[in-house]
Ligand binder design. Structure first.
Ligand SMILES: [Zn+2]
Length: 235
């Protein structure tokens, strides 16, 4: 299965890594995020450590190849499918909202790492702008019917909830997908990856990343994806 559209919520290595495994995709990104990742703040290790310079160079090359779509703020890409710029954790961070049979689902990415950050108003430690991060929690809640329709970027609880509902581990093998309802329905897959740890299969960090990476979904037959999307949003 070849994805033609990929949303880059931001350019941290654990969200943009392995982009080269989507050779036919166009990447949708906030313009500010690329400016941030190539700008003056990257001289500071405390901010730069979340980026992998080869990933950033790769996105610049994709831009020269006309494979990056830039946004400046919120945008509607199709009826019921929108991106929302929030900043905070990274300068050009965005999240995605998609209309499904179960209502609007908000794919938060790192706007909130865990449900806990959003619920307690406690900022995550990796931050560019604390105020915008806090506003981001408000925006997630404002654009979702309730918390159960929000998918945080790093919370193991998401996969636990899916397994509980699905009664098996299929969802975890496939990653998370949701089916967009609209004139032209399509499946949206949450895909995370890290090229930084690609070769370090025994590393703990890699194990953590693998749990959230749905590489299997790239080669799964469509019916498996549909099955995953069917279980995904019941919790
Ligand atoms: Zn991040």
């Amino acid at each position: 299965m070849q994805s033609k559209t990929s949303f880059l919520t931001h350019l941290h290595y654990d969200h943009v890594g392995n982009f080269d495994r989507f050779p036919k995709a166009r990447f949708h990104l906030q313009e500010r995020e690329l400016a941030y990742a190539t700008g003056r703040y990257m001289q500071y290790p405390r901010l730069a450590h979340s980026f992998e310079v080869e990933d950033i160079c790769g996105i610049v090359r994709l831009n020269y190849a006309r494979r990056v779509m830039f946004y400046n703020g919120d945008a509607e890409l199709a009826p019921g499918l929108t991106v929302h710029a929030v900043g905070g954790h990274s300068a050009g961070l965005q999240f995605v909202r998609v209309r499904t049979r179960r209502g609007f689902v908000v794919l938060a990415s790192d706007v909130t790492h865990f449900y806990e950050n959003m619920a307690s108003g406690r900022p995550f430690t990796t931050a560019f702008h604390i105020g915008k991060m806090l506003e981001g929690y408000d925006r997630l809640l404002a654009l979702a019917p309730d918390e159960s329709h929000i998918v945080p970027g790093h919370d193991p609880l998401v996969m636990k909830l899916i397994r509980l509902r699905a009664g098996n581990s299929r969802a975890s093998r496939c990653g998370l997908t949701c089916r967009h309802r609209g004139p032209r329905p399509f499946v949206l897959t949450i895909c995370r990856g890290s090229s930084r740890y690609r070769d370090d299969l025994d590393g703990k960090q890699n194990a953590f990343e693998e749990r959230y990476t749905c590489r299997a979904a790239l080669t799964s037959p469509p019916q498996l994806l549909e099955s995953a999307s069917a279980v995904r949003f019941r919790f």
